[in-house]
Design a protein around this ligand. Structure first.
Ligand SMILES: [Fe+2]
Length: 215
């Protein structure tokens, strides 16, 4: 990989919130010093350098496992609170998806002989607090999600690049490809629901709100 590509990958990971500012800065410094680029050592993934592909896959599966489990519980709670009929079962589907991703990743980590040790990130905690807040309306929750995920393709791009870069662990690679398709589907549906239910031509959200396009 050349330095331009490495830099772009790093920047995308930072903008998508996959790596912290601190990690971004240390990886940038390493890139500028030439200590991680093109020397054939380590495995570059999502703006970080790992000792091996396996290490990178395990780290990703572990972080995704805990984030997905957390989101599964949060979406289930939102579905229970939901007052907008047309999105309730969609939220239940999302909750199931998130939860089974968590279970599959846990299983895969065990297959790989790796530990489940990642903790829920502050970002995941805040997201769960928002979508389970009984004081927020469904429309407001959708608006906040929409603001958080401005461009799903851009956000998932670094992860797709990471998945494509996996060469040895084909089982994890194929599972992660399906995972990303689920995540894209979930994200696009939530954004579509947000646009439909918050459209200015429609009446304020109510239990009879519909996601049919305005005539
Ligand atoms: Fe997810």
């Amino acid at each position: 990989m050349n330095r331009d590509f490495e830099f772009k990958q790093l920047l995308r990971a930072y903008r998508a919130g996959i790596i912290s500012e601190q990690t971004f800065e240390s990886e940038m410094a390493a890139l500028e010093n030439g200590s991680v680029s093109g020397n054939g050592s380590g495995f570059r993934a999502l703006g970080k350098t790992y000792g091996s592909e396996r290490e990178a896959v395990v780290a990703f599966l572990d972080r995704a496992r805990v984030a997905e489990c957390n989101a599964g519980v949060a979406f289930n709670e939102w579905a229970k609170q939901c007052k907008t009929d047309c999105i309730r079962s969609g939220l239940r589907i999302i909750s199931e998806r998130e939860s089974y991703h968590g279970r599959i990743f846990e299983q895969r980590l065990r297959d790989l002989g790796a530990e489940c040790k990642a903790q829920v990130s502050e970002e995941s905690r805040q997201f769960a607090a928002c979508v389970t807040d009984p004081k927020l309306s469904d429309n407001e929750k959708l608006l906040r999600f929409d603001a958080l995920v401005k461009n799903p393709d851009e956000i998932f791009k670094p992860i797709c690049e990471f998945i494509e870069s996996i060469k040895d662990d084909q089982e994890s690679k194929e599972a992660l490809k399906l995972f990303i398709e689920d995540e894209m589907s979930t994200t696009k549906w939530l954004k579509y629901a947000c646009a439909a239910l918050n459209a200015p031509t429609q009446a304020a959200a109510s239990s009879s709100a519909s996601m049919q396009p305005a005539a």
